[in-house]
Write a protein that binds this ligand. Structure first.
Ligand SMILES: [Fe+2]
Ligand SMILES: [Fe+2]
Length: 148
């Protein structure tokens, strides 16, 4: 008896490419938010500093999760972040971050759609969980933006 050593799910190149784009933006935002955590100044800093750090860590966990999945699907995870935009003021930080979360939400909806079409239930499920967190981040940043 010969058993296949390949994954049961066969992902298309299009899906694998999208997973790598997702990894690139997860690395981007994990650095972006962590450097904002480091650079935030002023009286409002105390209230928001930890939020940037916690979100940065959450994004790094997303990067790891997606990379694991891509590796399983026989793709190689990228090491290159999408362009990082830190900003110069708290308001600018939050504008860049809101933009990044909107991009994530749009991209992850597309991934869920494609993975579902390819009957890759696990990838679709994983991105539904991640998407929920990105919506929370979006809510957090827009709420903070109302305060500055
Ligand atoms: Fe993320
Ligand atoms: Fe996020």
């Amino acid at each position: 008896m010969s058993v296949s050593l390949h994954p049961v799910v066969k992902a298309s190149d299009e899906l694998k490419d999208l997973l790598n784009k997702a990894i690139a933006r997860e690395i981007q935002v994990s650095i972006q938010y962590m450097w904002q955590h480091v650079q935030v100044m002023g009286v409002k800093a105390v209230a928001v500093q930890d939020k940037f750090k916690q979100t940065a860590i959450a994004e790094m966990k997303h990067a790891e999760k997606i990379a694991e999945r891509l590796w399983y699907l026989e793709g190689t995870p990228t090491t290159k972040p999408a362009p990082i935009e830190v900003g110069k003021s708290l308001k600018e930080f939050l504008e860049f971050d809101t933009k990044a979360e909107v991009e994530a939400i749009e991209m992850y909806r597309k991934i869920i759609e494609l993975a579902t079409k390819e009957k890759d239930v696990t990838t679709a499920f994983m991105f539904k969980e991640i998407l929920e967190e990105e919506e929370e981040h979006h809510d957090l940043f827009t709420t903070m933006l109302e305060e500055v």
